[in-house]
Write a protein that binds this ligand. Structure first.
Ligand SMILES: Cc1cc2nc3c(=O)[nH]c(=O)nc-3n(C[C@H](O)[C@H](O)[C@H](O)COP(=O)(O)OP(=O)(O)OC[C@H]3O[C@@H](n4cnc5c(N)ncnc54)[C@H](O)[C@@H]3O)c2cc1C
Length: 339
């Protein structure tokens, strides 16, 4: 127990700025913060929270959440950004939660596996992608995984469990992981690369893990673009889908300002995207404090100038009220508001 306790304290950072761990660059200082790299470290932290009576919040790259301006004193914020490793064996390819989704497009290119192109420049780790069922156009994370490994946080033993993708209740930005206190550790992918890909794959992961500022959108873009350019120089052709994605995301200024991407889920019953409705209401460019509804995309609220979480929430409420009054429904937030 003493060992565990020391380990827990060794793994905890104090007074860490949550803004540095969110693509919004918003969030006050966390009393307790940790970035486990292995399952053992992660489980030690979760057990330690029980021992010390702390609450916890799990995040990935922080690209779909809004941290509080004043974090709770009794909460350990656990980021999985460094929880990055693979296991390639003859019959399976396990990828851990902290691995950036965009890395799948890069490795698809390296390993000659198609179907991962849609993840190119999609911010966030695979774990949250599995939790949110992250998507781009018609493609979603649930299309490319086979088995998900997770820990039921309400189970005292914290034993690792698994589910076949068919049992994960996947829908539009929905999964069974949002309905239960489960922490996703990673997944076996549908495709299995050749074992000789282990070495170049590990080099790729090591380069990412050594990168500073893993949550910054501009540096995320530069990094992924750099990896793709290197592969191009080695003679690999960049698929048109990846080129189109880069053009679309750059055109919408996805990496220019801190943001969380789309703030609201689209309402498919209504049939018009939230961004287009905000456009109809002439709300693009509306500012409050340091926050602004993106002039380039009505469903994005950007951190324009040292915005606080309260500034972002104010504009979210403006959009909800505006859409409700004009179109008769309240859009559902996609961004996770962290208490
Ligand atoms: C510029 C920009 C563009 C974007 N474009 C898209 C897009 O095209 N499509 C799309 O789907 N999304 C998009 N997003 C949103 C974001 O990329 C995804 O939601 C992504 O899945 C979030 O990953 P993350 O690691 O940053 O998760 P976080 O933001 O850190 O966490 C999000 C949620 O997942 C939970 N979570 C994180 N990891 C785990 C885990 N291992 N187990 C259980 N729960 C977990 C957290 O508790 C939280 O509730 C965009 C975001 C930005 C900033």
């Amino acid at each position: 127990m003493l060992n565990n306790r020391m380990m827990f304290e060794d793994l905890c950072m104090r007074n860490e700025s949550l803004a540095d761990h969110s693509s919004y660059q918003i969030g006050g200082k966390a009393n307790f913060f940790a970035m486990p790299e292995t399952v053992e470290e992660l489980l030690t932290l979760l057990q330690g929270c029980r021992t010390h009576g702390l609450d916890y919040f799990i995040c990935g790259m922080g690209s779909n959440l809004l941290f509080p301006d004043n974090p709770r004193e009794d909460t350990l914020y656990i980021s999985l950004k460094k929880f990055v490793y693979w296991d390639i064996s003859p019959s399976k390819w396990f990828i851990s939660s902290g691995t950036p989704m965009s890395m799948l497009a890069i490795t698809g290119l390296m390993f000659g596996i198609s179907g991962y192109e849609f993840t190119y420049l999609l911010p966030g780790g695979l774990g949250a992608g599995i939790y949110m069922n992250a998507k781009y156009n018609q493609h979603q994370i649930s299309d490319i995984i086979k088995t998900v490994y997770y820990v039921d946080l309400s189970d005292p033993s914290l034993a690792v469990q698994s589910l076949d993708v068919s049992q994960c209740k996947y829908g539009y930005k929905q999964s069974i992981f949002q309905m239960n206190p489960w922490l996703v550790l990673g997944a076996d992918m549908l495709a299995v690369p050749d074992e000789k890909q282990i070495a170049p794959g590990n080099e790729l992961l090591a380069r990412w893990k050594a990168k500073k500022g893993m949550s910054g959108l501009a540096s995320f873009y530069t990094y992924m673009d750099g990896e793709a350019t290197q592969l191009m120089k080695q003679g690999l052709a960049i698929p048109q889908e990846m080129t189109d994605i880069a053009a679309y995301r750059n055109g919408k200024c996805h990496f220019t300002y801190p943001s969380c991407g789309s703030v609201f889920k689209n309402n498919y019953d209504y049939g018009v995207p939230v961004g287009a409705l905000v456009d109809r209401l002439n709300m693009k460019g509306l500012e409050y404090g340091g926050a602004m509804i993106s002039p380039h995309h009505g469903n994005m609220i950007i951190n324009h100038n040292h915005a606080t979480a309260e500034d972002i929430k104010y504009l979210m409420n403006k959009i909800i009220d505006g859409i409700n009054t004009a179109f008769g429904f309240e859009p559902e937030p996609e961004v996770v508001i962290v208490k």
